[in-house]
Design a protein around this ligand. Sequence first.
Ligand SMILES: Nc1ncnc2c1ncn2[C@@H]1O[C@H](COP(=O)(O)OP(=O)(O)OP(=O)(O)O)[C@@H](O)[C@H]1O
Ligand SMILES: Nc1nc2c(ncn2[C@@H]2O[C@H](COP(=O)(O)O)[C@@H](O)[C@H]2O)c(=O)[nH]1
Length: 216
Amino acid sequence: MGDSTHNPSDTLQRRGLMFILSSPSGAGKTTLSKMLLAKDAEIKLSVSATTRPPRPGEIDGVHYHFVTPERFQAMIDEDDFYEWAEVFGHRYGTPKGMIRAALKEGQDFLFDIDWQGTQQLYQKDQQDVVRVFILPPSIDELHRRLKNRATDSPDVIAARMERARAEISHWDGYDYVIINDDVNLCFAKVCAILEAERMKRARQTGLIPFVRGLMQ
Ligand SMILES: Nc1ncnc2c1ncn2[C@@H]1O[C@H](COP(=O)(O)OP(=O)(O)OP(=O)(O)O)[C@@H](O)[C@H]1O
Ligand SMILES: Nc1nc2c(ncn2[C@@H]2O[C@H](COP(=O)(O)O)[C@@H](O)[C@H]2O)c(=O)[nH]1
């Protein structure tokens, strides 16, 4: 006889998802990441290390681990990173420490990383990586967003705008591409993708025993 109290999530044994949001600077991935972390208690942020100085309001250990170039180099030498890359003249990397064991136990992580880091993570683990690329509605709007955010100097904004087209050229290396025009609509799409990817994996783990139970 089937167990009518069986819940599919009881037998969920999957590894955690590595859910990546990438975009050209200013397209809105940090905004979307914050919305996702506020809404979904099942996913945690992978906190990167960076040699970039903090922006106003950024907290060490929460938004980034802010480290010196020497410390970053030591972490590379000690093989402490899942991936790392140089972006806009600074180094950024995903430390293994915090996430390795949690991923094995099924914890989902959100990664706000660039295309180089995305390629590196995907090469390491194609099963668990979900790659989402966020596009701005136009180049003018991207510029407007960077200016209105008012966190970077005109020089930094100019450098990021100069790189925007090159960043966008990597869109094809992603599983999903979303235009962030209306932020709420874009966020709904991000949530739908995450949910669908979780369901795909639950099919392989918790769902199959559940269905077998129903059919007994
Ligand atoms: N759909 C949207 N419409 C209008 N403004 C938006 C939208 N999405 C985000 N913004 C605003 O655009 C600015 C840039 O967004 P955000 O900081 O999230 O970009 P980002 O892609 O994370 O950039 P970076 O890579 O430089 O950190 C912010 O001021 C944010 O409030
Ligand atoms: N490859 C990696 N890229 C990263 C990581 N953390 C952040 N980033 C990307 O860097 C740029 C600039 O970020 P900002 O906070 O200075 O605006 C942006 O594209 C981020 O996605 C990382 O660990 N690895």
